[in-house]
Design a protein around this ligand. Structure first.
Ligand SMILES: [Zn+2]
Length: 1084
């Protein structure tokens, strides 16, 4: 059996060199690999990295918290602030010779007043040249004291000098609290005003003590947490997490339990009725029924009873249960999951019904309250008691999260007191236990905490004395409107900066008019409020700014040609208030497409444009949307083509999956430090080195969109996808200056993160922007035996600023049982979550080691787990390739991964497309990633209303999902393949005439157009059914999959066939052959 498997992620038991080990503080302890790549390549612990031969390169960033690169010659590619800016910038104010033609000759249509700044006025004062790009982020971000940032909107925010450890200087007047270190613990936080109510005893027994309340159970936590609580920790991190980055958000996120909880009884005056009602239930229109593949996962959340709505209150919740009642026996619910399946005999494993997320084996009361699997999923829904048990299972342990998902129902709580564990800062949640009315025990660290007085009042029932019925204790997903203690500075406004490629190549694609029209159409739907700001930068070989200051009669274009030393010509008028300057913005959007119509400029100074954009956004933070159509070839960040088309088809190992330069990563980290996220829209027919460019989004928590071969005339499917994606992008919810922390019960340890973000301290993800379409994954290990525990919990807390300027905290908590036998571990395996996590790990492995190594590791993951199942779980040995029913799809999904664009060999996969697929696997929420891995195939020429869904008077047929094999195709039929980002409708050569005429509107097979990418709207039942199915599938996801209608002769047919995972190809095994291979390896 190979040792190249992923089994090692399970920790120390394997004795291999790249075991996870008990590294609790990976960022601080482990130097990151040289130039990171991959989708997470955060300087976090990576179990794959030890496979890299040779010493790792010098770390780009010192381990631990990110420190800005200091200015000076040692800073590599960073430009050094010029010593004599006034003399070294003769270009300023001089119209560059290679200005786009419109500057010399008028073009028809709306014109911009194009000016270059006058020489005597524009050489900026030294302050301009030393904008924060050179000085590093202002001090409020990091420990390092820095000078005040020029251009900062809020001086009070820009220069708090008291951020470093040990400083006890309180913030100056007007400055928001910054760091716990600025507030020595004895200093009390501002206390809410309390009104004494003489008519009721403040601390007496509640008027109606619920009979179900259990008396104080003896705390089962580890020693030290049982008796008198230890003094509150100042830095409320999980114990043992090592040195804390003196990061202010970190402190804000963690200081609250200590800071906001009321003082001890006696100092505190009772006050309950005057609490703000504060509890809203934001409700959206009822959601459309979901795709079968998603439906089952949805049910627990959308259909489950919402406990806080029940007037009578729920039955005894877990909060009232003693720990011994909280878990239940597994025996009753495991048989189906553990049913032995001989994969070589049972060919048809794909369920006609969807593959649901397994339900954890918990009591009904706990499960009813548990977090939706759409938001929070674990690869093992039964957590092994020990690391050695986990090692035996050979399955990865990890979480998959979709934390900012659009929810149809989200309880929102406004409270002056957000109740958190004083020790580990966990937010109170449905899985804590109440020892009595005044004390609750943390389910993560087992510390006993006081129930604050305010918490005794339930705003939902407007009753007193039932803390276990508060919405916080009845909802596994909840959102708080944060009090001011959670703010470092006034919440930032929504700021949107658009950075647009206007080179000749860009104009040729025609994207600019689509973009401008889309923004014009949606400008009133941009999330924000009266403070929303927007700005625009265009670039080719020079950088063009747009003065949109209120009062101007038309937008003013300012060209800066000195791309080596970029500066902002008029820093105050480039980002403007959208409401006040909307007409100018609209004028600009109407004129932009014409403005560059005739440009012959082919060069692209993307790096300088990004630097300029970063400078512009630094004072406020915000979102940078970058549109790029070619390989940047001028100035900083210039790249060269690394793709060798001849190698594509033959090479077993793929080169150049890691970035060619660290420029984009460095800039992304600077952006992250200033709360700027960069979203990249790449529209290109040519190689653009996404492996390098993508770093700008990955480390700044942005998104990457890719439209290969985009052309406004030649590729209508891409144009439609771009339009739809833009609409979603511009109007979807957005959170600014966000951080996310994931906590888990003591004994478990989170180590490797996947997704787009930067790991700012041990477990704090920095997310300058968070969007509802982003997924994350983490790997875990078991550091201490979970012997005494029947359940463990996981909590993700996302602190963000809404587009309306509210600081909010979204908290998700999931509870899972702990098991002690290997068969129970297997019985709880979530095969889709396992596959999703393995895909993330394989992306990392492809980059740090090699593609072939990653492929071997995936195969070995299947071999090892099935082998372990056979050896350790099966009591009766029988021939065949045996799997428990819950893992019966595992080999199929592994084979699907091997044939996925990200990992496949032997076919002509373009490098950028491969890299993009890797991004998607790491960034997409699991439900969408699974469609990319294992597409859904339906027969659609015989759709009927039988079993159809009825959604708002539209009938949506529900054909069964077919195996991905040409065996399932028929020349007489038509088949729809849904592969996530793309759909194919394959028309058989002898397809029924009825389908051709009634659905496609053509008279014969030969008349089906070559590049048809939409279904004509015909007034026939067949057409309506087919269109209803396609649009319903599209509605399930936030991005827009394009549809290609293909015939046998179609150029796209190979793409369709490549997704036929069960079939043999030139370079890959069929499913049956793959099973034989696994069996052979297992019986070795
Ligand atoms: Zn705790």
């Amino acid at each position: 059996m190979s040792t190249a498997g992923f089994n090692s992620q399970n920790g120390t038991g394997t004795g291999q060199t790249y075991t996870n080990g008990p590294s609790q503080n990976p960022v601080a302890l482990q130097p990151p690999p040289g130039v990171g790549y991959g989708m997470n390549h955060q300087p976090a612990y990576n179990p794959m990295q030890a496979k890299v031969l040779g010493p790792p390169g010098p770390p780009l960033y010192a381990s631990g918290p990110y420190q800005p690169v200091p200015p000076g010659p040692q800073s590599g590619s960073y430009p050094v602030a010029p010593a004599q800016p006034l003399l070294t910038r003769p270009q300023i104010g001089v119209l560059p010779s290679h200005t786009p033609p419109q500057s010399a000759s008028p073009v028809p249509g709306p014109r911009l007043a194009q000016t270059t700044p006058p020489a005597q006025a524009t050489p900026p004062p030294p302050a301009v040249t030393s904008t924060s790009y050179y000085t590093g982020p202002p001090a409020w971000q990091y420990a390092a004291p820095r000078g005040p940032a020029p251009n900062h909107v809020n001086p009070a925010v820009a220069a708090p000098p008291h951020m470093s450890h040990g400083s006890a200087q309180p913030p100056g007047p007007g400055a928001p609290p910054t760091s716990i270190h600025g507030y020595p613990q004895p200093a009390p936080p501002p206390m809410p005003l309390h009104t004494y109510q003489p008519n009721r005893p403040a601390y007496g027994p509640p008027p109606t003590a619920p009979p179900t309340m259990k008396p104080a159970a003896p705390p089962a936590g580890p020693p030290g947490t049982t008796g008198t609580p230890p003094p509150p920790k100042v830095d409320g991190d999980v114990a043992g997490n090592g040195p804390q980055a003196p990061n202010s958000y970190n402190h804000v996120d963690t200081r609250m339990a200590g800071a906001a909880q009321p003082g001890p009884p006696g100092r505190h005056l009772g006050h309950y009725p005057s609490l703000p009602p504060g509890y809203q239930n934001t409700s959206a229109p009822p959601p459309a029924p979901l795709h079968p593949a998603l439906q089952a996962a949805t049910q627990p959340y959308t259909q489950g009873p919402q406990p806080y709505q029940q007037p009578g209150g729920p039955g005894p919740g877990p909060a009232q249960l003693s720990p011994s009642m909280a878990a239940m026996s597994l025996q009753s619910s495991t048989p189906e999951a553990l049913r032995v399946v001989n994969l070589l005999q049972e060919r048809n494993l794909l369920p006609s019904a969807p593959v649901p997320a397994p339900t954890p084996c918990l009591t009904q009361d706990l499960q009813k309250l548990n977090c939706s699997p759409e938001v929070f999923r674990c690869t093992l829904t039964s957590i092994p008691q020990t690391q050695s048990l986990l090692n035996k299972a050979k399955l990865p342990l990890g979480l998959l999260l979709h934390p900012f998902k659009d929810l149809s129902q989200l309880p929102v709580v406004t409270s002056s007191t957000i109740v958190r564990c004083r020790s580990c800062r966990t937010y109170i949640n449905p899985f804590v236990s109440f020892l009595d009315q005044r004390r609750w025990k943390c389910n993560l660290c087992y510390r006993v905490n006081d129930v604050p007085e305010e918490f005794m009042y339930n705003p939902v029932s407007r009753s007193y004395g039932e803390p276990h019925k508060r919405p916080e204790v009845q909802n596994a997903t909840i959102e708080f409107i944060a009090p001011s203690e959670y703010m470092l500075r006034p919440p930032q406004p929504a700021v949107y900066l658009f950075v647009l490629d206007v080179s000749h190549n860009a104009v040729e694609t025609g994207y600019l008019s689509v973009f401008c029209q889309s923004l014009l159409d949606n400008i009133n739907a941009l999330p924000g409020d009266s403070r929303t700001k927007v700005g625009f930068i265009t670039f080719d070989s020079t950088i063009h700014f747009y003065n949109l200051q209120e009062g101007l009669s038309q937008p003013q274009m300012l060209i800066v040609s000195d791309i080596e030393d970029i500066f902002l010509p008029t820093p105050d008028s480039l980002l403007v208030n959208l409401n006040e300057c909307k007409e100018l913005v609209q004028d600009l959007l109407k004129s932009l497409p014409n403005l560059f119509e005739k440009t012959m400029e082919t060069q692209s100074a993307l790096g300088s444009a990004l630097q300029a954009a970063f400078k512009l956004l630094s004072p406020t933070g915000g979102r940078m949307s970058v549109f790029q159509t070619q390989l940047p070839n001028l100035g900083v960040g210039a790249l060269q083509s690394r793709e060798d088309p001849n190698q594509r088809a033959s090479a077993k190992d793929v080169q150049h999956l890691s970035p060619a330069t660290d420029f984009y990563k460095k800039l992304a980290l600077d952006c992250s430090g200033q709360q700027v996220a960069v979203d990249l829209f790449l529209l290109s027919a040519q190689y653009c080195d996404l492996a390098s460019l993508g770093c700008i989004s990955r480390f700044s928590a942005g998104s990457v969109y890719y439209y290969p071969s985009y052309h406004h005339q030649h590729n209508p499917a891409q144009v439609e996808r771009f339009q739809r994606d833009l609409k979603r992008y511009l109007t979807r919810k957005i959170g600014f200056e966000a951080v996310m922390r994931i906590r888990c019960t003591k004994g478990l340890s989170i180590h490797t993160f996947h997704g787009n973000f930067f790991v700012r301290s041990t477990d704090l993800l920095s997310l300058p922007n968070v969007n509802p379409d982003a997924g994350f994954a983490v790997q875990m290990s078991i550091e201490e035996n979970l012997d005494d525990m029947q359940v463990v919990s996981f909590q993700a807390a996302l602190l963000y600023t809404s587009s309306k300027g509210e600081r909010r905290i979204r908290v998700h908590t999931m509870c899972l049982p702990v098991v002690s036998s290997l068969s129970d571990v297997f019985a709880g395996a979530d095969v889709q979550a396992v596959t999703g996590l393995l895909a993330c790990m394989a992306v990392d492995r492809s980059v740090t080691s090699s593609l072939s190594d990653a492929r071997d590791a995936m195969t070995n993951a299947a071999i090892d787990s099935l082998s372990s199942y056979r050896q350790s779980v099966l009591t009766i040995q029988q021939p065949g390739l045996l799997a428990p029913a819950c893992l019966r799809l595992f080999p199929l999904y592994i084979l699907a991964l091997l044939k996925q664009k990200a990992f496949r060999t032997g076919t002509s996969t373009r490098l950028d497309e491969r890299v993009f697929a890797m991004y998607q696997l790491k960034y997409q929420p699991l439900a969408f990633a699974m469609l990319m891995i294992h597409p859904a195939l339906y027969r659609v020429d015989d759709l009927s209303d039988e079993g159809a869904l009825n959604i708002s008077e539209r009938t949506v047929p529900q054909p069964r999902v077919l195996q991905l094999s040409v065996e399932k195709l028929s020349r007489e039929g038509a088949f729809l393949m849904d592969a996530g980002l793309v759909m194919y409708l394959w028309i058989g050569r002898n397809c029924h005439q009825n389908f051709l005429s009634q659905v496609l509107g053509v008279s014969s097979y030969a008349a089906v157009p070559e590049k048809l990418c939409f279904l004509p709207e015909l007034d026939t039942a067949e057409s309506q059914r087919t269109r209803a199915l396609v649009s319903w599938l599209r509605d399930q996801r936030p991005f827009f999959p394009s549809l290609h209608i293909i015939r046998d002769e179609s150029q796209l047919k190979p793409h369709f066939l490549q997704n036929m995972i069960e079939d043999r190809t030139e370079s890959a095994l069929s499913y049956y052959e793959f099973l034989l291979h696994l069996q052979q390896q297992i019986s070795k």
